[in-house]
Write a protein that binds this ligand. Structure first.
Ligand code: TYD
Length: 145
């Protein structure tokens, strides 16, 4: 598991590095603006927190149309990505460095630090019918392209 590389060899995703605004005062501001830093209009924001177990697993799905941007704004998490051909694992542990997750990417989160807060910006409202929840269906879909 590595900290984010500058590029990912997985389709439909990439690293997003947000600005860090530092001035003479204590503290840092990072900002994410739609269509500037985030490559879609943001319709929904959710966050995952309250993780008690390092070995918990979340995710385990892909999306048909939804685009997302993930930022671990506190603590750290490992993100496993699979585009149907290639896999990559990335540790998110910097509040200003996240991942753009486009469509049809199987993803799983694990190795949660107990203080992890994973912030997710998404391109649309929650819609269960947009989820692909079995790996077999995901592979069938992406390999049929
Ligand atoms: P899910 O996206 O499967 O979580 P994760 O990827 O972290 O494992 O969502 C878990 C549950 O929460 C599922 O029953 C749907 C519900 N949910 C909503 O109702 N609205 C939302 O915006 C999200 C993200 C989830």
């Amino acid at each position: 598991m590595n900290s984010p590389p500058s590029t990912l060899n997985i389709r439909n995703c990439r690293i997003i590095e947000l600005p860090r605004i530092v001035d003479s005062r204590d503290g840092i501001i990072s900002v994410a603006e739609a269509r500037r830093h985030i490559p879609f209009d943001i319709r929904r924001v959710y966050y995952i927190y309250g993780l008690n177990y390092f070995h918990s697993i979340r995710g385990l799905h892909a999306h048909r149309k939804l685009e997302q941007a993930l930022f671990c704004i506190n603590g750290s998490v490992r993100l496993d990505l699979d585009d149907g051909w290639r896999q990559a694992s990335i540790k998110l542990d910097r509040p200003n460095v996240g991942i753009y997750l486009g469509i049809e990417l199987w993803h799983k989160m694990g190795d949660f630090a107990h203080n992890c807060i994973l912030l997710v910006l998404t391109s649309d409202y929650y819609d269960e019918s947009d989820y692909i929840r079995t790996y077999e269906e995901f592979l069938t879909l992406v390999h049929s392209r």
